[in-house]
Design a protein around this ligand. Structure first.
Ligand code: FAD
Length: 405
């Protein structure tokens, strides 16, 4: 019978395998993943899983019984080493060979490794998989000194959790401000203030040069030669998409595995979805690579449809979220290319506000901190592409719903 093999066992794979059944795939489904667990939610890794509030079972995307019922098989702790597109076969690290009729690449991404002296020392951690968190957890205790390299969302979320657990936390950010790559200066200033208020030290414009220690981490050396004591170092310096498998198999790759709007690669029997892809978004008339759960899920629905011979175009507005302390940030749209930022609420003293990103009088994106209503409104404004009155966006006395009229 026909077999659809999915490589990678995370958000994209969980959705793709389920969608294959709803789209009518009657053949076998085999998911091969190199981690030890059934697909689990990755966002809690730097939030409630790191803090110990949730266990791995509690963050599973679907229970084992779901996959059994849908007849979705898993091979965990297993890596696919090579794809032979002519023979339609895969070589596994176990030496085994597996045949496929259709193939889905859901290989995701991995942390960017910093080539730092001392980064092999025990106590240096990256943050991508549940196993990384298990390593960090064995090394955290109140009063310990943590240095976090990278002031992106993951670094900031990790700082918030460790601080709440009573550690002394320092964030090192190479750029002039945290979140520089993804937000307006106002948002960076906001998070800088909040973390400072919570007792975290942030050093911007500061790069790490080396990690030192005798048998385990003891300190980090900064680019100005100064030294910071550290019991643990967590590196959050961005990610790189896992494209090597596809590349070796001769598939087209360019900052991600190239797919069309139906999530099909340059081989019509192979789809790809999630962090590992570079796809054309018809809403923006350009290609993009996104690193988010909603992206992995939506694109997987298109990929599953394509495998079943149907056409479901992936054209979605990106959205994202980040939880830090008592603040829920929800981001609608992509702010890239904005001309103006309009603020509603008090980002200088408060903990609830919206930053609207505008271009040519239209809303491109919005960062909403503890503002669920405005987030819903922002999604609609972005989707409809109407021209807005900036003074109304800024006016907290105006109900968000009215902004849609
Ligand atoms: P991944 O989740 O990267 O999974 C790919 C899997 O494939 C991995 O298990 C990998 O080991 C495996 N694999 C790769 N190659 C092979 C191979 N050859 N053989 C077998 N297995 C292989 N997104 C949000 O939207 N909101 C958030 O708040 C948020 N927070 C995050 C916090 C953290 C700490 C992290 C790490 C990510 C966060 N993200 C968040 C991003 C989100 O988790 C990713 O976008 C999402 O996991 C992408 O899913 P994916 O299935 O494409 O890939």
């Amino acid at each position: 019978s026909e077999v659809c093999v999915i490589i990678g066992a995370s958000h994209a794979a969980a959705q793709l395998s389920a969608s294959l059944r709803t789209e009518g795939w009657e053949g076998e489904i085999l998911v091969i993943g190199d981690e030890a667990y059934l697909p689990y939610h990755r966002p809690p890794l730097s939030k409630t899983f790191l803090s110990g509030e949730k266990t791995i079972e509690q963050i599973q995307i679907r229970p084992a019984a779901f996959y059994e019922k849908q007849n979705i098989q898993f091979k965990l702790n297993t890596r696919v080493e090579a794809i032979d597109r002519e023979k339609k076969s895969l070589t596994l690290n176990t030496g085994e060979t597996i045949q496929y009729s259709k193939l889905a690449l859901c290989t995701g991404s991995r942390p960017r490794i910093l080539p730092l002296e001392g980064s092999q020392l025990p106590g240096v951690h990256y943050l991508r998989a549940a196993s990384d968190i298990e390593g960090i957890q064995s090394n955290i205790a109140s009063g310990k000194k943590a240095v976090i390299v990278g002031g992106g969302y993951i670094g900031l979320e990790t700082a918030a959790v460790l601080r709440t657990l009573g550690l002394e936390v320092t964030i090192l950010e190479m750029m002039d401000r945290v979140l520089q790559r993804v937000t307006a200066p106002e948002i960076s200033a906001f998070y800088h203030r909040i973390h400072t208020e919570e007792g975290v030290t942030i050093k911007t414009g500061t790069a790490i040069k080396a990690i030192e220690g005798n048998g385990k981490v003891e300190s980090v050396i900064l680019d100005d030669q100064s030294r910071l004591e550290a019991d643990l170092v967590i590196i959050g310096a961005g990610i790189v998409p896992n494209v090597e498998l596809a590349e070796k198999a001769g598939l087209e790759v360019d900052n991600g595995i190239l797919v069309n709007e139906l999530a099909t690669t340059s081989d019509s029997d192979i789809v790809a979805a999630g962090d590992c892809t570079n796809f054309p978004n018809p809403l923006f008339n350009k290609r993009m690579r996104l690193e988010s759960v909603p992206n992995a899920m939506e694109q997987s629905r298109s990929a599953a449809a394509s495998i079943c011979g149907k056409e479901k175009v992936y054209a979605a507005q990106p959205w994202f979220w980040s939880d830090q302390y008592d603040m829920k940030l929800q981001i609608a749209g992509l702010s890239e290319g904005y001309e103006q930022v309009v603020i509603r609420g008090d980002y200088e003293q408060g903990r609830s506000f919206v930053a609207w990103y505008l271009k040519a009088g239209k809303v491109l994106a919005a960062d909403c901190v503890n503002r669920g209503k405005e987030f819903m409104t922002a999604k609609k404004l972005i989707q409809s592409g109407v021209t807005v009155d900036a003074s109304k966006l800024a006016d907290d006395a105006i109900d968000p719903k009215e902004l849609l009229q």
